[in-house]
Design a protein around this ligand. Sequence first.
Ligand SMILES: [Fe+2]
Length: 285
Amino acid sequence: MTVEIAPLSPDMGAEIRGVDLSRPLDPAVASALRAAWLDRVVLVFRGQTLDDDALRRSADWLGEPADISMPVDRRGDDDTLIALISNIRDETGNPIGALGDGDMWFHHDNSFTEAPDKATWLYAVELPESGGNTLFGNCYRAYEALPERLRRSLAGRKVLQVYDYTIKERPDIADLHGIPHFWQPAVIVHPVTRKKALYVDRLMTAAVEGYDRTAGEALIEEVCAYVERVDYEHVWRTCDYVIWDNRCSVHARTDFPADERRLLKRGKVAGEPLLADVPSPREAH
Ligand SMILES: [Fe+2]
């Protein structure tokens, strides 16, 4: 069967047709998928029938699976590679998964770790009637769109990426004891495409190196207006499998009815420490 790569929007996303992810991929197909993924950032495979064994191998064409970073007490089970993203509760009232309810602000996965995951995949098992869509923003485009003034403000600087699993907003950085955090470049250079991408988002970026708290938050707020572009909105169908490049994109979730069940399975591909953009003399501060 021939592989079709159909763009989903001008700036991001492609639907892949003619690939069954439950079977070993021909090397030429794997190579075509890698190229499409680097180019389109988000790939969508509809109608995939994937059990957990198949899911654990489903992103082998991109690299090694990453262990789940989320603490076991914030998840519903102890699988190390597949996380359940769900609002469903078992018969005793305990959540079967994590990150279950409502909307979720734009973010990069695992930005608060030294080596954030290279890719994230989601597989749809059970969905509400409407809502719970995943929004994607292209962070190459966000950087390109940034006015010169803001580029200069961020050039060569680091940003503090923080994630408090217990809340859904940007955390208070006054006390980061026990809360995962890491200083990352504000602008990264993608290790393969060598293009610059903005590495700032509303959920996890909490401070900018060299700025006091108020000025840093104001700068983050201004930059987020460029990050939250919604280049592609994925409206889920069951058996959809979506995989994205986590270094050069952000994603968010739209709200959905709290009384409807939603279950997606999620896995990651291990990444490396991020490369900082080296500002040109003109941009240096
Ligand atoms: Fe996420």
